[in-house]
Design a protein around this ligand. Structure first.
Ligand code: HEC
Length: 148
């Protein structure tokens, strides 16, 4: 998979630079944070359509697809220097890749569950799938799961 390769390359750059605080002012930091905010907003919007009787409920699957697709933006976003100032929880490149993989699995599963939810409205299943995505965000974000 192309994006997996890119993610590895990006992670490697980040890994090499961890501790290089001077690189923290990377010009793309603002952009990276925007991408993070986009992820957060898709999660919020998804939770909104799931918990309300919204006319936009059929968008649930589209938010899930957007979350999955945005991981391809993350590969460019998590590039050298962008997160150097922060104390990230992954201990090496391998663990970082495992976190990425976990996020991809969780958001891919959410696509299936959300598409079914639009038809069958099984609230319990979609809430579990959403929580699982949040948990996978929490891998990289030091346990933070309250994206609300
Ligand atoms: C593979 C690791 C990884 C995963 C998974 C991940 N993120 Fe991030 N996220 C990052 C990095 C790295 C940044 C850049 C932070 C920086 O440089 O300040 C970031 C930035 C963000 C930001 C912006 C923070 C700020 O300071 O403005 C938000 C919000 C965010 N992510 C939310 C999420 C959400 C929600 C998910 C899950 C849907 C998620 N992230 C999944 C690594 C990850």
């Amino acid at each position: 998979m192309k994006f997996k390769k890119l993610l590895s390359a990006a992670a490697f750059g980040l890994f090499c630079l961890s501790g290089a605080a001077s690189a923290a002012e990377d010009k793309d930091v603002t952009y990276v944070r925007m991408v993070g905010d986009i992820l957060e907003l898709h999660l919020k919007a998804l939770e909104y359509v799931v918990s309300s009787d919204s006319e936009y409920r059929s968008n649930a699957a589209l938010h899930a697809i957007a979350l999955f697709d945005s991981s391809e933006m993350l590969d460019h976003a998590v590039k050298e220097g962008s997160a150097a100032a922060d104390n990230w929880p992954w201990k090496d490149e391998k663990q970082y890749e495992a976190f990425v993989e976990d996020y991809l699995d969780a958001s891919k599963r959410l696509i299936d569950v959300a598409a079914k939810w639009v038809q069958e409205k099984d609230d319990k299943k979609i809430r579990l799938a959403i929580d699982n995505v949040k948990r996978s965000c929490g891998n990289c974000h030091a346990g933070k799961t309250d994206w609300n």
